[in-house]
Design a protein around this ligand. Structure first.
Ligand SMILES: Nc1ncnc2c1ncn2[C@@H]1O[C@H](COP(=O)(O)OP(=O)(O)O)[C@@H](O)[C@H]1O
Ligand SMILES: N[C@@H](CC(=O)OP(=O)(O)O)C(=O)O
Length: 455
């Protein structure tokens, strides 16, 4: 059966006028048979996502406490209820049952800790899918709602960072059987554990739901609908005149997504790659645009296709004489980071030195104990932490054939008097990373873009 799985992100389902666009897009192509939807995203630039309001509620008003302003628990509850009421009213759907159930879920839940967070986080997708399904039905489409808890989209027991379990694929195949013209609506982002408790995947996880369903059904294509014309060469919020990249390989999008392009989840392409299912990133606000096609191969016309930037990184520089000669030193060091739940990004190393690059957020409340554990277990000489770094990652499969592009990058920085703190060529030779101080990172990104990519 020739079908497309389509995921519509928070920006595509943030209000009733966006949902009407989704309906038109689905109607346009009869192959669009599985529609994965997110929770409503930010309606205005100053808004927060419904998912964040839900988390704020689960955390008793503490989720926004690190932001410049904080949002009280009750404000979040009112925002959520009024968002779903407005959606129902504007789409002319009976709101009574939906709002009662939602209130019951949010006001009477007895769940605790991570189970509570996961349950609350999932409610945005759950109720949005219900509303969208009702709206599609009312508009004359043969629409069926498929809830992850019913068809058993099984995740492991890591409640707020669940990973899909193998049996889910068979469950998906048994559930989505295409007989006539039915269109299935599925809430993304969440699933259930083997004990039937709600769990969510990592943030941005509706991209993962779409990718997994496309893989299980061996779909013709996975369309990922968002609010930009595709994947741009650089974040369009930083450089407004960048171009959409017409074609990318799975490997390129994975590198770019994991290093700062948050347009697509960095794990969502993994299974599509296995079955060579093309992924098309499209714009709900401009469906005439072809978007970016993500494929197994592309003919590289250029060495580099995109430049991503990750801010708020920190370098932990560890010094110990002859550390490179100590078998197991790096393994033990990485184990300590794992024990403290700190993700490690790069680790340039030398005879007596190693630096570990991490997200500085992960060090909050952790760094003193982490430092002590390293000193105690590895008998290090000095540990120096540098905050506020940015990692700029330049990606392109053509780079492999022409590593001198690196010289052009460094020369461009030199000519513009931009110094850098770290350099690292990835073993695959299709990307390299330059670490700069965050206060000059936009200038560095612009310089590299102007000299290496801009046509
Ligand atoms: N290189 C890039 N190309 C396109 N969008 C990007 C890029 N880097 C960052 N983005 C941002 O990603 C956003 C889309 O992702 P997201 O907000 O998660 O969408 P959705 O609501 O569809 O899930 C865009 O609006 C854009 O600001
Ligand atoms: N709503 C969830 C999952 C998701 O994928 O959302 P979005 O499509 O808006 O990125 C989140 O905010 O994390």
């Amino acid at each position: 059966m020739s079908i497309k799985v389509c995921k519509f992100g928070g920006s595509s389902v943030k209000n009733s006028s966006q949902i009407k666009k989704v309906l038109d897009i689905v109607k346009e192509d009869k192959k669009r048979r599985v529609i994965v939807v997110s929770a409503p995203g930010r309606d205005e630039i100053f808004d927060e996502k419904i998912t964040d309001h839900l988390l704020n509620l689960a955390k008793e008003g503490k989720h926004f406490s690190e932001h410049p302003y904080s949002i009280k628990k009750n404000e979040s509850l009112n925002t959520i209820l009024s968002k779903f009421k407005t959606l129902c009213d504007e789409l002319k759907i009976d709101n009574k049952e939906i709002l009662n159930e939602l209130k019951e879920d949010l006001e009477n839940s007895t769940l605790k800790d991570k189970k509570r967070e996961a349950f609350f986080l999932s409610r945005g997708e759950h109720y949005n899918a219900k509303i969208i399904c009702e709206f599609f039905k009312k508009s004359g489409l043969n629409t069926i709602l498929k809830l992850p808890e019913e068809f058993k989209f099984i995740l492991n027991g890591n409640f707020c960072d669940g990973k899909i379990q193998e049996e889910s694929y068979t469950n998906i195949q048994n559930t989505f059987t295409f007989e006539k013209d039915e269109i299935f609506i599925v809430p993304g982002f969440y699933g259930i554990t083997k004990e039937n408790e709600i769990a969510v995947m990592s943030r941005g996880g509706s991209d993962l739901s779409g990718g997994e369903i496309a893989y299980a059904l061996d779909a013709d294509m996975y369309e990922n609908w968002t609010d930009t014309n595709g994947v741009y060469e650089v974040d369009p919020r930083v450089i407004s005149n960048a171009n959409v990249i017409p074609r990318l390989t799975f490997k390129e999008i994975r590198l770019l997504s994991s290093k700062g392009f948050n347009v697509f989840h960095f794990n969502a392409m993994l299974n599509c790659k296995k079955r060579k299912i093309p992924i098309n990133i499209r714009n709900t606000n401009n469906p005439a645009h072809q978007g970016t096609m993500i494929l197994n191969e592309r003919v590289p016309m250029e060495n580099l296709v995109g430049i991503a930037k990750l801010d708020n990184m920190a370098s932990i520089h560890i010094q110990k004489n002859m550390l490179a000669d100590e078998i197991g030193f790096t393994a033990e060091l990485l184990k300590i980071f794992e024990e403290f739940n700190v993700n490690t990004y790069h680790y340039p190393t030398d005879k007596d030195d190693i630096a570990i690059l991490v997200d500085q957020e992960d060090l909050k409340g952790n760094i003193n104990n982490l430092r002590r554990a390293i000193e105690k277990r590895l008998f290090t000489n000095t540990i120096t932490v540098t905050y506020h770094l940015s990692i700029i990652t330049l990606v392109g499969i053509g780079l492999k054939e022409n590593t001198f592009t690196i010289v052009d990058a460094i020369t461009a920085l030199k000519n513009n008097n931009i110094s850098f703190e770290m350099f690292d060529l990835s073993p695959s030779k299709i990307s390299f990373h330059i670490g700069v101080s965050q206060n000059i990172s936009e200038a560095a990104l612009k310089t590299l873009y102007e000299h290496l990519i801009k046509k």
